[in-house]
Design a protein around this ligand. Structure first.
Ligand SMILES: Cc1ncc(COP(=O)(O)O)c(C=O)c1O
Length: 438
């Protein structure tokens, strides 16, 4: 069996780097068998990483043959399936290769300006300074990860990174590899999926260095309110921690009149000039159906942007000029974004009530997931649904951690309505049929 850590493939013994410890306990030599195959040492923090949810899903489904009478439908992965807009593809082609020069880590000035203008328009902000408050990144994932490496001071006793629970697993890996301990704040249906920020003890806030907030949230689809942001800002002022606002789903919502509140807007409305200790992370992956482009931005506190740029210069994450040109075209156009939203709205309007009649799943405020309660164990539900109906969904417990006596993902599945409407409708019908048998 082979193990994977973020696309890095390790021989089975190295999976989670448990090889040395377990070999030692078993009285065997911890020395790798071949100098050429195995590294002599590995960062011990790697051993604390959990398998990614999709790796766990692969394991759950291994050995199962999905019902051969039905075509497989994947609603497990949050990968947009609507077409990438022509204007993005055209801009990329027209950019030519631009491969003769190294791009700047700070990004093309024109792209920084376009992002700054877009942010100001979208969030009703006074103009942002593209030179100091905005930075293009290669998708929000790498930036969310790299930011923890910039912010966390592991030499301080009890370095802590706070994350919601359930959560996007990158937050946890970023915290661990930065040398911090993640602390989970549960978001439960009893409290409307609001992370229980007020249950975090003061002593914990006092050693917190970074807080991840996801809004609109994956997987619950909830949008952080102004009151919540103000509470977090207040806590940040008191304890000095930095807030990383993951807003990669900010442009996927169902009512054109109700764009989700963003963190920068919340800070601006609260009179927080310069967005102290706040960095917002956005992306073209979901907004413009371009997850393969690897393009996003960070924006906010100029001091944080400056430090992050310093880190990134060494990390080596400069954007290709062709990607920059395609990104510029995407940020400058809202027509395709409205069309994209309309396609999601059509799916959610038609299918959420249909599924909710059989399986409790609230209508999300935004993003493209249904966070549905399962009758019984979520992994068993996903396994049987795949075997009997060839529909894959993601067990909610894979997205959460056992914390404060519960895994808030347990007893739920995440259903991504990313496939075309007809395919999603077929999947929902199969889930409803399956429920009659459980
Ligand atoms: C909550 C959340 N944040 C960030 C990302 C990363 O997206 P990207 O790197 O494509 O911008 C994802 C991807 O699915 C996500 O679900």
């Amino acid at each position: 069996m082979r193990g994977f850590i973020e696309g890095v493939e390790f021989p089975g013994q190295y999976r989670g780097v448990r090889y040395n410890g377990s070999a030692r306990r078993a009285g065997r030599s911890a020395r790798p068998r071949s100098r050429h195959t195995f590294p002599r040492s590995l960062n011990p923090r790697l051993s604390r990483l959990s398998p990614y949810p999709f790796e766990r899903l692969r394991e759950l489904f291994s050995g199962i043959t999905p019902n051969p009478a039905k075509n497989p439908i994947a609603l497990s992965i949050g990968e947009p399936k609507h077409p990438t807009p022509r204007l993005v593809l055209d801009a990329m082609t027209a950019a030519g290769s631009g491969l003769a020069n190294y791009p700047m880590t700070a990004g093309a000035p024109a792209l920084r300006e376009a992002i700054a203008r877009w942010l100001a328009r979208r969030h009703g902000l006074p103009s942002l300074d593209p030179a100091t408050q905005v930075l293009p990144v290669l998708g929000s994932r790498e930036a969310l990860f790299a930011f923890a490496q910039t912010v966390v001071d592991a030499s301080r006793v009890g370095a802590t990174v706070v994350t919601p629970n359930p959560f996007y697993q990158i937050y946890e890996g970023a915290a661990l590899l930065a040398g911090a301990t993640p602390y989970c704040v549960n978001a439960t249906p009893e409290h409307g999926f609001v992370p229980a920020w007020d249950e975090v003890p003061d002593t914990l806030w006092a050693r917190t260095q970074l807080v991840y907030v996801c809004s609109p949230d994956n997987p619950t689809g909830r949008v952080t309110t102004i009151d919540e942001w103000q509470r977090l800002f207040e806590l940040s002022d008191r304890y000095g921690f930095v807030i990383a606002a993951d807003e990669c789903y900010s442009e996927v919502y169902f009512d054109e009149a109700k764009a989700p509140l963003g963190s920068l807007a919340a800070a601006h409305q609260s009179g927080r000039s310069g967005f102290p200790r706040l960095l917002c992370f956005g992306s073209l992956s979901k907004r413009s159906n371009a997850p393969g482009l690897r393009s996003g931005y960070v924006a906010g506190d100029a001091g944080l942007v400056k430090s992050f740029l310093l880190y990134r210069t060494y990390h080596g994450s400069a954007m290709s000029p062709a990607v920059a040109a395609a990104s510029l075209a995407a940020w400058n156009d809202e027509v395709h974004v409205r069309e994209n939203r309309a396609a999601y709205a059509a799916k959610f309007t038609a299918l959420q009530p249909r599924l909710a009649a059989a399986l409790p799943c609230p209508m999300p405020e935004a993003a493209f997931y249904l966070w549905a309660a399962t009758p019984g164990d979520d992994a068993e539900f996903a396994r049987r649904l795949y075997a009997e109906q060839a529909v894959s969904v993601l067990p909610g417990s894979y997205l959460g951690r056992e914390a404060h006596g519960a895994n808030p993902g347990r007893g739920r599945v995440r259903i991504a309505l990313v496939a075309p409407l007809a395919e999603c409708a077929e999947a929902v019908d199969r889930i409803v049929a399956f429920l009659r048998t459980v």
